[in-house]
Design a protein around this ligand. Sequence first.
Ligand code: 3HC
Length: 318
Amino acid sequence: MNNENTALAQDERLRSFEEYVGEGKAIEPRDWMPEGYRSHLIRQISQHAHSEVIGMQPEGNWITRAPSIRAKQILLAKIQDEGGHGLYLYSAAETLGISREEMLEQLQTGKAKYSNIFNYPSLTWADIGAIGWLVDGAAIVNQVSLQRTSYGPYSRAMVRICKEESFHQRQGYEIMANMMKGTPEQREMAQDAMNRWWWPSLMMFGPHDGDSPHSADAFRWKIKRHSNDELRQKFIDKTVQQAEVIGLTIPDADLKWNEETGHYDHGEINWDEFYRVIKGNGPLNKQRIAHHIKAHEEGAWVREAAQAYKQKQAQKYN
Ligand code: 3HC
């Protein structure tokens, strides 16, 4: 084929790919896909996986100090779920042709991002409530939408993850509700956690639609079904009511119900803070990555043992 014919064949493939996803059909690993689609997904899915794994750190901080055996068991199970979510997502990204080692290298060298939210400290037990309720609550709103994303392995991972995240959200809400029924100090602690986690949770949905460079491709290829602002609004609308039920105040003086739109209006997010955090300069970015590197190095023997076992099994059956 000459160059012109090759270009025409490429255009034709792209056209039929876009028609296919436009019909709401799923793309599978062996299907042809444009390089832009592949790299977009590798970026998003690997960042999503990193978020699950780094997100284990602020919660892990409270395992030894959980206020009861029941709370400790639940927290341990939740953190283990998050590790599992990371594994499904790394596996989904691997189907696109990137290795686990490469993804981890990108995380540890700061080339790949992870969610802004996990760079804040978990200072009190109420923070564990706020993380489950607000952080997992925000993650679910986004992930429910991603259940219908166009890449099959990512969409299927989301279905399973969403089931588990809804338990997590309730676990957090239960902690907050119990603290709000407690002593004045406990109520104060819950409100303080709410004040610190509310705005970073809103940032989890990403920049406003007009400032989101990846959204155009994401919509064209049906990777995203709802915009950053649409999902953020959905989260605000449902969370305001949950806060009211247990007596917590949302730390936003501009928050008010808008009859006309049928949604809550809200104050502006501090985008300087958002960009500072996602560029690596949040309160705990350096600590989170240093901890990840240390745990990864200390786990080298587990990977070596698994590899040796795999080789031994292969020899046995060859
Ligand atoms: N934290 C860190 N970086 C963010 C971010 C956030 N909350 N929101 C956006 N960004 C980054 C993007 O990654 C992009 O940077 P890059 O070009 O270096 O990759 C830049 O800001 C511009 O943002 P866009 O809106 O153009 O990017 P996207 O179209 O990818 O939209 C997103 C951002 C909505 C976060 C999308 O990537 C997404 O839906 N990701 C999957 C969900 C996810 O990652 N969730 C993690 C939440 S935590 C979690 O799930 C753990 C649970 O256990 C609580």
